[in-house]
Design a protein around this ligand. Structure first.
Ligand SMILES: [Mg+2]
Length: 254
């Protein structure tokens, strides 16, 4: 990664946040282009990298500087490829076969298609009524088997089991430390429960107008901007709200 990159990051979820409002996305793309180089662009998604790239192609999304995929369990740089240190951290206490086998003991958990699976993400579908009962027991069993995990439940339907050290917020903290980005210079954008930890990092953050009730109605700090605009329009609203569109170009002292 060249040293000239500015120490600011715009980190956005993809489904329902960057993507989901065609006209808004087109407006945002123009703004991103006009402000190219003012901040690093980070995609933080539950998708695997290949699923993310497919969406990027389908929607004509700009190339990000960093991909945070599998709900923060994998980090890939535009210039350098995978972050091997992060990968090592994820692998330290993680036995994928054990995680999958343990979860499959519950018939209420329906495995997701093979392409949704990652090295560090085991995805299922499960009804909310079953989730509450199963999650504490499953969490305990994984911990007992030296694969402590986070059970990330989104959209009242999707369960992603990831290493306990993963999560979008943890991955972004790793990036902040690596690139010397301060909290005030990390803008996070999301719409569902798996975005909660990154929106709660303490820096500028936005829940887009179409955000799920599971995110906005359950203890989101009041410092997080609740945008009116849906998806990309909500990101634009945040860029304006936090003054990022008036930021100096890189190289100009603040
Ligand atoms: Mg989303």
């Amino acid at each position: 990664m060249p040293r000239s990159l500015p120490p600011r990051m715009l980190a956005t979820d993809l489904d329902g946040t960057l993507v989901g409002n065609r006209e808004g996305l087109s407006r945002l793309k123009d703004v991103l282009q006009a402000h190219a180089g003012r901040w690093m662009l980070v995609y933080a998604t539950g998708r695997t990298l290949s699923q993310g790239r497919q969406l990027q192609e389908d929607e004509g999304l700009p190339e990000p500087d960093v991909w945070v995929t599998e709900v923060g369990a994998a980090i890939t740089y535009k210039d350098e490829g995978p972050d091997l240190a992060w990968r090592g951290k994820m692998a330290a206490h993680w036995n994928r076969d054990f995680v999958e086998r343990t979860a499959l003991a519950w018939p209420e958990l329906t495995p997701q298609p093979v392409e949704a699976n990652g090295d560090f993400k085991v995805p299922f579908r499960v009804a909310p009524s079953d989730a509450a009962e199963i999650f504490p027991v499953l969490t305990e069993r994984l911990k007992a088997g030296d694969s402590p995990a986070l059970l990330v439940y989104s959209s009242q339907r999707d369960l992603d089991i990831i290493p306990a050290a993963a999560g979008k917020g943890a991955a972004l903290s790793h990036l902040m430390a690596r690139f010397g980005v301060g909290l005030a210079d990390m803008l996070t954008c999301g719409d569902s429960a798996n975005d909660r930890d990154m929106l709660c990092l303490g820096g500028p953050a936005v829940a887009v107008g179409n955000a799920h009730a599971e995110l906005v109605e359950t203890g989101l700090p009041t410092t997080v901007l609740r945008a009116k605009g849906h998806a990309a329009d909500g990101i634009l609203e945040a860029l304006t709200h936090y003054g990022w569109l008036e930021l100096d170009p890189p190289g100009v002292a603040r």
